[in-house]
Design a protein around this ligand. Sequence first.
Ligand code: X8Z
Ligand code: ZN
Length: 502
Amino acid sequence: VLVSMSEKDATATIINPINNQSYALEPGIVDVMSQSRDYNELLWAWLGWHNNAGRAVKEEFSEMVQLLNKCAQENGYKDASVVWKLGDYDDAGIESSMDALMAEIMPLYRKLHAFVRKKLYDFYIKKNSSSSTTKFGEVAEEINKFEPDGYIPAHILGNIFCQHWTNILDLVLPFPGAPPTDLTSVMKKKNFTVHKMFKVAEEFFTSMGFQPMTAIFWKESVVQRPADPNVKMVCHASAFDMVRKDDYRIKMCAQVVEDDFHTVHHEMGHVVYFMEYQHLPRIFTNGANSAFHEAVGDTIGLSTTTSKHLKSVGLSSDDDEDGVTQNDDLMERALEKLAFIPYGYIIDKWRFRAFRGDITPDQYNDDWWRLIRKYQGLNAPVVRKFTDFDPGAKHHVPANVPYSRYFFSYIGQFQFYESLCREAGERGPLYNCDFYRSKKAGRKLGRMLKKGNSVPWRALMRELTGQSDFKTSSILKYFKPLSDWLDENIKDVPIGWPSGDE
Ligand code: X8Z
Ligand code: ZN
């Protein structure tokens, strides 16, 4: 069942009615979603992918839920949700921590949402700019209207899954006159290759005292989509511990764009963790919990993408004094990190409900959108039906990879970051701290990584951050200046969205 679903996820394509070309998710659809500002072209890509990739796995997903539950029950657990919670966090009660953390982030998320909604509404509806005269025509489905105090339609946030919104930064910049560095164009100007992006990421890790990637890594990793169109490949980025000396690999379909610059750091973080705990007995060669594994590369990424760091390594196009573009920089990070948090929350919230039998297959899609409306304040651009299966369009669902790890990682990485900043002696504002070349910070992080999962994660969290659990204090501190700025700038804008559909 799993292999069949993954194959469908990897090979689904949609046909562009204008040029008759076939588009896969990466790079075709991803590029349209990030670059197009044509409401109907975006709708075509969004709908095509959800209808083709999503629906194709509906039946098999329901079958898998039953199989996973059967397996869980035969091993003495109530259902598969309990197995996931214990497997990832050793804590069957972790869902209430998720709920509490989500509630703490929500007020800030709602402010970001209000600002972004206003900007998108002005761009797409008020100005009616590129949306009416499109070549893509109308769709047969009933359109969900975009209202200034309603949900944001899910196809105009620059990402097919709305998991991050960085690709619409140009539409929501606080100070559009002085845009922060556009890393994609800087890298293109400097003739970066995908290999060069990997080398830049590696150099950051080695500057902190970590080992470089191994010879086998460079030889065996697959970092771009093979030119041969007959090669089927799951493009979704992943890192592998091949459990043989020096054999660590990354597989991804990278392009020289900012999103992938982040992903390269993310994946390399997994490899650095593999390498740091390789000396342990096999049973301990794992992340302290799965969110820690996800957080390593992202913590480094928070430092790499500061304007301070980009300037220091000649990757900046931004000549402004530090501080002038503070809110632009923070807005970019908010679109990447803050926008993600409710997304990271709902995927497993929904799967836990499916595993527990709170929802039946006929209710799967409605319940999915109920959660998206409630927590993300977004809605499908058109009315969806119970025969659709929109969660199936997201890689981790057909691939059966748990997702709450990213939710916790996006909170925990700010705790890790703050602690490493302190260790590196950085005294400025948290959002612009760079611990490049800090061997001290490297040692501090290394001490945690080296323990793998031989020590309970809360103890390791305490050692690294002084806090023994996931806490929102660091991420809220990081975004405080933006939060204050938003307060001033959404005074006349509605905040929140209808909450009637519990
Ligand atoms: O799946 C990933 C990584 C591989 S572990 C590329 N991420 C999530 C996603 O893409 O949905 C990283 C961010 C969230
Ligand atoms: Zn990962």
